[in-house]
Design a protein around this ligand. Structure first.
Ligand SMILES: [Zn+2]
Ligand SMILES: [Zn+2]
Length: 447
C-alpha cells in the first residue's frame, strides 16, 4: 500500500500516531483482540445470574490486577442481607488529575440459549426462589466485560497520554436494578473518590457492528414497580348485586390508567403505564374478595414521575369510591421504593464532546445519534440524584450489517436484547467498545 493512501483510509489522528510509531487505542484494541475474544467466549459459556457473579468477578479481578490496578473484590451491600456483593473495583492511578469512573456490568439472565453458537451456554442453575433455570448472556454483558478488560489494558499502556485516577467498576446485578445501588451503599465514592465523570456502555441489538450510537439527554427511563390490591366484597357469581366485584373495578382501573398518558400528561413527555400481571378469583361462578395487579411505570422527568404515580393512586381510589367501597377498604397502592431505577441522563455537553472524539477515532459515518428508550439501566445511579456527576452511557452496535438489511427487507424484527436468539458478533463489536471507551477516557483525562 502506498503511504498516501493511508491518510485516505485512516482517521487523521491515527495516521499521525502511526507516523510517530506510537501506540493508539486502535492498535492496542487490535493487539488485544485475540485474547479478549477467548475471554468473551469463556464468559459467554459460563453465565451467572444477578448477585451470583462469583466466577465472572474473580476472572475480572485477575485481569485488573494483571493490568496494574489496585483491586477490591466482594464489593457491594444489598438491601437483602442474604445476597453477596460480587462487585470488583480496580483503581488505576497516574498522578494528579481528574477521576473518571468506567463501568461494566457482569450478570446474565434466566433464558435458555437458542443461538446455536459453538460457545453457547448450557448452564442450568437454581434461581433465588430455588427453581431450576437455564442461564444465558442474552443482554451482551459478556461483550461489555471483554471491551472493559481491553480498555483497562489499553489505558495501562497509554499512561503517557493521560493523568489522574480511573475507577474501573465491574458491577453486579444490573438486570435486577440493584447492583449500582449496592456499590454506592458500600461506600464506592467515600472509599475510592467521587468521580468528575462517569462512563458506561451497552451493546445494541439493532445497530450495525462497527458503529457507536448515543443519545443526548435522557437515554433510558425512570422505572417504578407498583403493586395494587383491589378489595371488594366477594360472593356468588349469579348474585352480583350482593357483592362489590373487584374484577370489574380492576378492569375499569386498567382502562382509566391508560388515559393518564392520553389526557393528563403533556404529550411531549413520554410515559408508559403497563399492567404486567393481574390475578384474582378461583372459579367461574365466584366473585372474589380481591384482585392483585403489578404495574411497571416509565417516565423521564422527576415531576412527571411524581404526577403519574399520584394519578395511578387517585384513579384506583376514585373508581373504588364510585362503586361504594368504603374508605377503609380502598385499594392498596404501593410503589416499591427498593426496586426504583432512575432515568439515565447523558449530559448533553459531555455527549457532544465525546461524539466529536468518536468521529475522529472511528470515522464520521460510524457515529450515530440514536433514539432514547423507555428501558431501564441502573448506570444512572453513578450520576447521583439530579444528575450532578456528568455521565454518558453509549451504545456499540452488535449486528452484522447484512443481517440488519436482510431482516429489514423481509419486514422481520431482529432478535432483541434478552432474546434467546440474540447473538452479537464478537468482532468488531468488542473492538469498537474498547476504542469508544478508551478514547472517551483519554479525552477527559488528557495531559
Ligand atoms: Zn438486560
Ligand atoms: Zn444489559
Amino acid at each position: 500500500m502506498k503511504t498516501w493512501s493511508l491518510s485516505i483510509l485512516l482517521p487523521p489522528i491515527l495516521v499521525s500516531a502511526l507516523a510517530l510509531g506510537q501506540q493508539t487505542p486502535q492498535s492496542l484494541a487490535d493487539a488485544e483482540l485475540p485474547s479478549l475474544l477467548a475471554i468473551y467466549k469463556d464468559i459467554h459459556s459460563h453465565p451467572e445470574l444477578s448477585a451470583h457473579e462469583e466466577r465472572t468477578s474473580t476472572l475480572i479481578a485477575k485481569q485488573l490486577r494483571a493490568a496494574g490496578c489496585a483491586v477490591t473484590e466482594h464489593f457491594g451491600i444489598y438491601d437483602k442481607p442474604e445476597l453477596k456483593g460480587y462487585g470488583v473495583i480496580g483503581i488505576m492511578k497516574n498522578g494528579d488529575g481528574p477521576t473518571v469512573l468506567v463501568r461494566t456490568d457482569m450478570d446474565a439472565l434466566p433464558v435458555e440459549e437458542e443461538t446455536g453458537l459453538a460457545y453457547a451456554s448450557k448452564v442450568t442453575t437454581k434461581n433465588d426462589e430455588g427453581k431450576d433455570v437455564r442461564v444465558m448472556h442474552a443482554c451482551g454483558h459478556d461483550a461489555h466485560i471483554a471491551a472493559f478488560i481491553g480498555t483497562v489494558r489499553a489505558l495501562a499502556k497509554l499512561k503517557d497520554q493521560w493523568h489522574g485516577t480511573i475507577v474501573f467498576v465491574a458491577q453486579p446485578a444490573e438486570e435486577t436494578g440493584n447492583g449500582a445501588r449496592a456499590l454506592l451503599k458500600d461506600g464506592l465514592y467515600d472509599r475510592f473518590g467521587k468521580p468528575n465523570f462517569a462512563l458506561g456502555f451497552h451493546d445494541k441489538a439493532d445497530l450495525e457492528t462497527g458503529r457507536i450510537g448515543v443519545t443526548e439527554g435522557y437515554t433510558s427511563a425512570n422505572v417504578d414497580s407498583v403493586d395494587v390490591t383491589v378489595r371488594g366484597v366477594g360472593g356468588h357469581g349469579g348474585y352480583p348485586h350482593k357483592t362489590k366485584d373487584p374484577v370489574v373495578l380492576a378492569a375499569e382501573m386498567i382502562n382509566m390508567w391508560q388515559t393518564i398518558a392520553s389526557r393528563e400528561n403533556n404529550p411531549i413527555d413520554p410515559i408508559v403505564v403497563t399492567v404486567g400481571s393481574i390475578h384474582g378469583g378461583t372459579k367461574h361462578n365466584i366473585i372474589p374478595d380481591e384482585v392483585k395487579m403489578q404495574l411497571t411505570v416509565r417516565t423521564y422527568k422527576a415531576d412527571v414521575r411524581d404526577r403519574v404515580l399520584a394519578a395511578i393512586d387517585q384513579i384506583a381510589k376514585g373508581i373504588a369510591a364510585a362503586a361504594g367501597i368504603p374508605a377503609e377498604c380502598a385499594p392498596i397502592v404501593s410503589v416499591a421504593k427498593d426496586q426504583f431505577t432512575p432515568a439515565t441522563y447523558n449530559n448533553p455537553e459531555l455527549t457532544k464532546r465525546l461524539v466529536a472524539v468518536w468521529k475522529k477515532s472511528l470515522g464520521n459515518d460510524n457515529v450515530e445519534i440514536v433514539d432514547p428508550t423507555m428501558g431501564g439501566e441502573d448506570f444512572s445511579e453513578y450520576s447521583l440524584p439530579g444528575h450532578s456527576i456528568p455521565a454518558v452511557d453509549f451504545h456499540f452496535g452488535a449486528v452484522e450489517p447484512a443481517k440488519i438489511a436482510e431482516y429489514k427487507q423481509a419486514g422481520k424484527e431482529l432478535p432483541t436484547l434478552h432474546s434467546s436468539k440474540f447473538a452479537p458478533v464478537p468482532e468488531p463489536t468488542i473492538r469498537v467498545g474498547i476504542i469508544g471507551m478508551t478514547t472517551a477516557v483519554l479525552e477527559l483525562m488528557k495531559k
